[in-house]
Every structure is written in C-alpha cells, then in structure tokens.
Design a protein around this ligand. Structure first.
Ligand SMILES: NC(=O)c1ccc[n+]([C@@H]2O[C@H](COP(=O)([O-])OP(=O)(O)OC[C@H]3O[C@@H](n4cnc5c(N)ncnc54)[C@H](OP(=O)(O)O)[C@@H]3O)[C@@H](O)[C@H]2O)c1
Length: 277
C-alpha cells in the first residue's frame, strides 16, 4: 500500500494519476476533507491532518511506502507515527534551498526534516525541487481580471520545474528499486524568467498579458502581511534577490531517474491555461 500525502495538491494529484496509470497496486490518498477531493477511481480517500500526527494513524494502517510533503505539521511527530505504523520507505519532498540557501530559515527547517527522516530507521529518498511552475498561479487572479502582472526580478531566469516531473521522480522512487538512500536535486529543463512565464501564459491564452517589473520593496510590501517578514525575504532571495550558480543550474536528474526529459514551462502553461481565463 502506498499513501500519497498532499494528494489534492500540485505534486500529489499528478503522482496519484501516474501511480494509477501504472497500476502499481493499492493506493491511498490523504486529504483533510475527503468530501471535497476527487481522486482516480479505485483510490481510497482518507482524512488526516499533519497538525495532529495521531490523526494520521488510520491513513497509515498497512502502508509500506509513503510520499510525504514536509513542513505541513510537526514533522518529528509525523515521522514517528509513520515508523510506528510500519512504513518502510518514505519519499520526502524537501527543497533545493537546502543546498542553494542554507542560511535561510525555511532551508534550515527542510534540512532538519531530512535529518529526522535519515535518523528514523525507515528507508528514505529525498527530493529537493527548485521553484515550481505552479507558483505562477499566484498571478491567476490578476490575469483573469485583465490586470497587469507585477513581479520583481523580471529577467532573472531560474530552471522552474513542472510539478508532474517531481511526481514522476517520486513514482519511480516509490515503485522501482535503486532509489533508497538517494537525494535528488530536481530542476526543469531550461531557465525561465518571470517575464517569460507571463509571455508563455499569454501565448497559451492567445492574448496579451501586460507585465511590469516592480522593486523588491514593492514586492515585499505585498507579501509581508501574508507570509511574514522572514518568509517574504526568503522568497524574494530565492526568486532573484540572491541567486547563485547552484540555484541557476539546470540539472538532468528528472531525465536520469525517469528516462523522460523534464517538461518545459510552456507545457505547464498550456495545460493550465484555464486557470488564467
Ligand atoms: N512551491 C515551490 O516552489 C516549492 C519549492 C520547493 C518545495 N516545495 C514544497 O512543496 C510542498 C507543496 O507541494 P504542492 O505544491 O504539491 O502542494 P499544494 O498544491 O500547495 O497543496 C498542498 C497540499 O498539502 C495538503 N495539506 C496542507 N496542509 C495539510 C495538513 N495540515 N494536513 C494534511 N494535508 C495538508 C493539502 O491537502 P488538503 O487541502 O486536501 O488537506 C494539499 O494537498 C511543500 O512541502 C513545499 O514546502 C515547494
């Protein structure tokens, strides 16, 4: 039995679809609200909340392989409940910032979760993705409203990853031998800037989408109330304010693990155009 957490999210929904298509055996999907969730036929929906690790016990019953998003609750408690349930292998979504920006608070928290998992006694595979193509959805309301998209660091191009590529690596790690004890830094196949992302969405929509670069100060002012000061600064650093060679590097890990090239940003924009209409 495989349990997919974050099953209604960007990675988890793609992972469930891929596991289902590959007919890998019994699948279970975690959500906090099963009445709202739609999963592939035959997938067992289970409720649980990372905030209350004990609430995950029914979902973990009989599970041997666990796909886990980090930092959505007390990770030590979540891992301990998984270990007690008899989980043998955990595929963990961490973040590339562990190696690109170890000085940042969120990166330190991800590294701490990786260490907890390695010390847990369960087998592990750690995925460290770079920024997701789906982050572009933060502009969806503006684009739907025919407003100007405003973003800082307009021309800094990062190798944004399609969440389905993270899912593909997770599927292989969960179902094929040879991936336990590995840490995979994951990027998309090409660098893409904020300006180019908006151009790709515009092309998918078949109309112009106005774009304006804003200062870090202006972007920060819009983010701090939502994320808090530390997280807002961290996001601004890793999306352009403090780039380094590790962050800019295009990696072929997706292709190496899955045998298929990474999906370009334009593909994500085409697949998700309706969210911007
Ligand atoms: N975005 C990036 O650029 C980036 C980069 C590196 C790493 N990451 C990591 O990627 C993960 C996000 O992945 P994603 O984009 O696929 O997710 P997402 O689309 O943001 O969806 C979040 C998922 O997590 C579930 N969830 C949230 N809080 C929960 C809780 N308290 N208990 C149980 N489930 C909960 C939600 O399920 P329900 O609402 O159905 O309960 C939903 O399926 C995070 O761990 C983040 O740190 C993101």
């Amino acid at each position: 039995m495989i349990l997919v957490t974050g099953a209604t999210g960007n990675i988890g929904s793609a992972l469930l679809a891929q596991l289902h298509a590959h007919d890998v055996g019994p699948l279970r999907a975690l959500t906090r609200d099963a009445a709202q969730a739609v999963f592939p036929e035959g997938v067992e929906a289970v409720e649980g909340d990372f905030a209350e690790p004990a609430s995950l016990k029914p979902a973990l019953d009989g599970v041997r392989s666990l796909f886990l998003l980090s930092r959505l609750g007390p990770d030590a408690g979540v891992l301990e409940v998984a270990r007690q349930a008899g989980v043998e292998h955990v595929v963990l979504v961490s973040s590339i910032t562990v190696q690109t920006h170890p000085r940042l608070g969120p990166a330190g928290e991800n590294l701490a979760v990786e260490r907890l998992l390695k010390a847990s006694g369960m087998a592990w595979t750690i995925l460290r993705p770079t920024q997701f193509a789906s982050n572009t959805l933060m502009w969806a309301a503006s684009i739907r409203g025919h407003e100007t998209v405003r973003a800082p660091y307009a021309d800094i191009a990062l190798p944004t990853i399609h969440p389905a590529d993270i899912a593909s690596v997770a599927r292989v790690a969960l179902t094929e031998p040879g991936h336990q004890g590995h840490t995979y830094a994951l990027t998309g196949p090409e660098p893409v800037s904020a300006r180019q992302q908006v151009e790709a969405v515009a092309a998918a929509l078949g109309r112009e989408v106005p774009f304006a670069e804003v200062s870090r100060q202006e972007a920060y002012a819009g983010m701090v109330a939502v994320f808090g000061a530390e997280a807002a600064d961290a996001v601004l650093d890793v999306t352009g304010g403090d780039v380094n060679d590790e962050l800019l590097m295009v990696r072929d890990t997706v292709a190496q693990v899955t045998g298929a090239p990474g999906r370009p940003f334009g593909q994500w924009a085409s697949e998700n155009a309706d969210a911007f209409r």
